[in-house]
Design a protein around this ligand. Structure first.
Ligand SMILES: Nc1ncnc2c1ncn2[C@@H]1O[C@H](COP(=O)(O)OP(=O)(O)OP(=O)(O)O)[C@@H](O)[C@H]1O
Length: 546
């Protein structure tokens, strides 16, 4: 971007804006002021013409309302025109009472007002002076036409007093003739110099600037028109300060709108453009004011640059802090990674060790099973060596009522029992051999000890059969089941065998699973009976034969 386009305004445009604003602001008050001056001038002339007493209702500096009410009766107007042009109003209706009682002239009737006003207006019209409507005296807001008429009459009077040479002509709006209202300036006046400077065409100034300067001159003249010479410096000072404020405001807002500013473009360009424009406009403006503006702007630029530097440093610090945080996070991540890798390694090692341990255990288990199998085989071989069929003999003791009976057992040795034969079968002694002989004093526990190994063989898969044989009352039921009053100590082989069976099955449940079933039958008188059957039909086995 060119430097010239960076600042979209010039000093001339700022001055023009301020002047326009100032002129617009002053316009209404100036109009009001001008109207008041004209009114005062008219009132002063009327008072002079009719005398203070005659114009007692008309103040020296009347407001619009006071001016209208003072002239409302038409008396002052008629008397004045008669003085200027004697006989202009032949009949003037005077007030019959003291008008002081009614300051606004209300004592006069509407007809009387109309008579005086009409006569005055007719006379004025005949003299070729500007007139007004009779209603202007009745309504507010139309005072300017009355004032105009009075000032025209005054002008006519002055023309007449000066000799009345030629034809008197009224030139429209009468400018106040007060000397202070006309401004005559010398070429040495600083403001005139300033204006002439503004009109000098710089070779660098483009067409717009020409137009600006031209309109500036017009504006300045318009603003300073009707100003007293002693008011000009104050006004200029006020305008210059406004120009400076406006200029600073525009520079600041433009700089603000160009944020963020890269190092060497907008701000520096703006400064350069500003300097260019300032140089250009400085030819128009007062040099001292330009220097002050320059200093202020450069001060602002310095402050702005410092602000940017501070922000830059702040951002850099934040950036460095974030980089440090990232580094710390990276470090933590790396440490965590290393930790994870170490844990993973450890985990795999432990898994490996555990696998080896399990392998060892499996190996030991297989060894154990091998040993167990070996043990089982050896155990059962021992059982075989003991004999697949073993026959034990148990001698029942005498029961209570048999205590005096003769004992036929002569002696009992390890596997032999000697029986004394009764005399009728020939006196003598007979011996019988068994695997083992239990005497009358043998307990249930001792009897079962020899049977216990066979129970283990059952769980190893061998078939075992244990049965008791003997005559009635010899003690088969007692040995196999136990007495009627059954206790733990007098339990027979069946209970003890089943106890061992379930105990061993429980011990081996991790290795083997056993199914246990029971069948109980009775064979008596060649009759087989199922002792666990619940119905009578299946209780017997009618076709059973052996
Ligand atoms: N070793 C023993 N010690 C003490 N009493 C016994 C012994 N053996 C048997 N008896 C008693 O002898 C009686 C008869 O025994 P048991 O009923 O066992 O004979 P059994 O052979 O079963 O008879 P059966 O064939 O008629 O059924 C019972 O009262 C029993 O308690």
């Amino acid at each position: 971007m060119a430097d010239d386009s960076t600042l979209s305004f010039s000093m001339a445009s700022v001055v023009e804006d301020v002047l326009n604003r100032s002129q617009a602001l002053d316009m209404d008050s100036r109009r009001a002021q001008e109207a008041a001056i004209r009114r005062y001038e008219g009132a002063a002339w009327l008072r002079k013409m009719v005398g203070v007493v005659g114009a007692k209702d008309l103040p020296a500096e009347p407001s619009e309302e006071e001016f209208r009410l003072g002239l409302r009766s038409g008396l002052i107007l008629c008397n004045v025109i008669n003085k200027v042009h004697p006989g202009a109003v032949s009949k003037v209706v005077e007030s019959s009472c003291d008008s002081a009682a009614s300051p606004d002239g209300a004592a006069l009737s509407a007809y009387q007002y109309f008579e005086n006003a009409r006569n005055f207006l007719v006379a004025v019209e005949q003299m070729g002076l500007p007139t007004f409507e009779a209603s202007d005296l009745e309504q507010g807001g139309k005072t300017s036409r009355i004032v105009n008429c009075v000032l025209a009459l005054k002008s006519y009077s002055e023309w007449k007093q000066t000799g009345g040479h030629g034809t008197w002509r009224f030139g429209g709006t009468v400018k106040p003739s007060t000397p202070s209202k006309s401004i005559v300036r010398k070429n040495s006046d600083p403001f005139s110099n300033s204006l002439s400077k503004m009109n000098v065409q710089s070779p660098e100034t483009d067409n717009n600037n020409k137009m600006h300067n031209s309109s500036l001159s017009t504006l300045v003249r318009a603003v300073l028109m009707d100003k007293k010479p002693d008011e000009v410096p104050v006004l200029l000072e006020s305008l210059l300060s406004k120009v400076m404020e406006e200029f600073e405001h525009r520079i600041a807002s433009q700089v603000e709108s160009q944020k963020p500013v890269p190092k060497d473009s907008p701000t520096l360009s703006a400064n350069r453009t500003f300097l260019k424009h300032t140089t250009c406009d400085a030819k128009v403006e007062d040099r001292n004011a330009a220097v002050v503006v320059k200093e202020k702007i450069s001060h602002k630029n310095v402050v702005h640059d410092e602000e940017i530097k501070r922000k830059h440093i702040k951002h850099q610090m934040a950036f460095v802090a974030q980089q440090e945080d990232i580094e710390a996070l990276k470090q933590t991540l790396s440490t965590t990674k290393t930790g994870m890798q170490f844990m993973q390694k450890k985990f795999f090692e432990e898994i490996k060790n555990l696998g080896q341990h399990v392998l060892g255990l499996a190996h030991a288990a297989s060894g154990y099973h091998r040993v167990l199998e070996e043990n089982r085989k050896l155990y059962n071989q021992v059982q075989d060596l003991k004999g697949n069929i073993r026959v034990y003999c148990r001698v029942r003791p005498f029961l209570g009522r048999q205590s005096n009976a003769t004992n036929t057992v002569d002696c009992i040795e390890e596997g032999t029992i000697s029986i004394n034969t009764p005399p009728k079968y020939g006196k003598g002694r007979r011996s019988f051999s068994f695997n083992k002989i239990f005497g009358p004093s043998a307990t249930q526990e001792e009897v079962f000890e020899d049977t216990r190994p066979l129970i283990r063989s059952v769980l190893d898969g061998y078939n075992v059969c244990i049965f008791a044989y003997g005559q009635t009352g010899s003690g088969k039921t007692h040995t196999m089941s136990g007495p009627k009053d059954l206790t733990e100590s007098n339990q027979g082989v069946n209970y003890r065998a089943l106890g061992d069976l379930f105990l061993l099955a429980e011990q081996r449940k991790g290795t083997f699973q056993y199914d246990v079933s029971v069948q109980m039958i009775e064979i008596y008188n060649e009759q087989v009976r199922d002792l666990l059957a619940t119905d009578s039909l299946t209780k017997r086995y009618p076709f059973f034969s052996y």
